[in-house]
Unconditional design. Structure first.
Length: 93
């Protein structure tokens, strides 16, 4: 259980770095790499037997993956809105 929390903290730091990279490159797809890796990693941990299929482990993985995917979706929406506003400002000039 402690290893999952440490991995989540590390993933959160990586997500922040990846978000900064996505904003710098203005590419929305960069932000999706980390949530997808977290989902595949979670499935891999259960498939390898490192985590048992107990309610506590499944709920924790689902919550952590949900947070990462939620942050990614919110970031995509914000970037899309910012791009639309920028387009409108450019077209009004």
């Amino acid at each position: 259980m402690k290893q999952i929390l440490i991995a989540f903290v590390a993933a959160t730091v990586l997500l922040a770095l990846e978000d900064a990279l996505a904003r710098q490159c203005r590419n929305l797809l960069w932000g999706g790499i980390l949530p997808l890796a977290a989902l595949l990693g979670s499935v891999g941990l259960f498939a390898a037997g490192t985590l048992t299929l107990q309610a506590q482990s499944v709920l924790l993985c689902a919550a952590l993956n949900g947070v990462l995917w939620g942050l990614w979706v919110a970031g995509r929406r914000k970037c899309s809105r910012d791009a639309e506003v920028e387009k409108r400002v450019e077209s009004e000039k």
